[in-house]
Design a protein around this ligand. Structure first.
Ligand code: NAD
Length: 267
């Protein structure tokens, strides 16, 4: 079996470490390269210090790391991802993007690069969360009138963006299914005298604390009943294994922009 030559970015990070471990456990993948930010203490160290395969040295040299690689798996920061995107396009290396928090220009750059290489870009690589998205579509079709829709998410204290990319993804799925534009109906947090809840809005609430890996609840509150769809991630391994599943799936595809629902056949 040909193993997928995998480069992991941001290896000193929480997701980077989970990815190094996942590659090590996955017979279909081999660690081809390990990257981190220039000037970071991890650069020039052995990847095994962070849970990766012994003998792979962590580098800040993107072009060298991509030589001969099949795929780069990136869970870092938008500014880093955009540099990686350009390098992958030039080197014709597929890209898995787990980083969240892109602005419209960043998303446009990803779409543009996907004309030349295969990219799986997903706010959440967990198989369970992507099933939740599918269930959200079904629930929105049935509970389409008379139900107030709220999305509640909780993450660890170090998370820097809010609401989470996954919460926004759930909101987009619900809004699209109901024929609404999320930007016109989203309400992000409430404070003071807010007035009564407006029908047809989708509310978001954010909790940050401790080491919560990632909880998401989609709530439909009607008169006399509530329906709650909840997913709780207990370890980052779920995102890492999902990302590698996407990387292996992408190997047989041409250029294009895909998400986890494509990977899982949920579309
Ligand atoms: P982290 O802060 O623990 O790690 C970030 C890593 O990126 C570090 O190794 C850091 O050195 C590196 N980095 C930061 N800036 C860089 C730069 N300019 N150039 C190169 N490398 C740089 O963060 P984390 O918790 O591992 O999360 C990383 C990203 O992944 C976040 O955007 C987070 O929201 C996202 N995430 C996505 C999913 C998903 O399933 N899509 C799951 C978990 C986390």
């Amino acid at each position: 079996m040909n193993q997928l030559k995998t480069v992991i970015a941001g290896v000193s990070g929480r997701m980077g470490r989970a990815l190094l471990e996942a590659v090590d456990q996955d017979a279909g993948c081999m660690l081809h390269g390990a990257l981190d930010r220039s000037g970071h203490a991890s650069v020039s160290q052995d990847a095994s210090l962070f849970g990766g395969t012994r003998g792979v040295v962590i580098s800040d040299n993107l072009d060298v790391a991509l030589l001969g690689a099949d795929v780069l798996v990136d869970f870092t920061r938008p500014e880093a991802t955009l540099l990686y995107l350009d390098a992958c396009r030039k080197a014709k290396v597929n890209l898995i993007i787990g980083t969240t928090g892109f602005d419209a220009n960043g998303k446009a750059a990803i779409e543009h690069a996907a004309r030349e290489i295969g990219i799986v870009f997903a706010p959440n690589f967990s198989v369970g969360v992507n099933l939740l998205m599918k269930l959200a579509e079904t629930a929105s079709r049935v509970l389409n009138e008379g139900y107030d829709i709220e999305i509640i998410e909780a993450h660890h204290r170090h998370k820097v963006d809010a609401p989470s990319g996954t919460a926004l993804g759930i909101g987009q799925t619900v809004a699209r299914t109901l024929g609404r534009e999320l930007k016109n109906c989203a309400v992000y947090g409430r404070e003071g005298v807010t007035g009564e809840r407006k029908p047809d809005t989708i509310g978001f609430a954010t909790v940050r604390g401790g080491d919560i890996v990632g909880d998401h609840t989609l709530l439909f509150a009607g008169i006399g009943e509530r329906v709650e769809l909840t997913h709780k991630a207990s370890s980052r391994a779920t995102f890492a294994h999902g990302a590698l599943r996407a990387a292996k799936w992408l190997q047989c595809k041409g250029p294009g922009l895909y998400d986890m629902r494509d990977v899982l056949g949920l579309k």
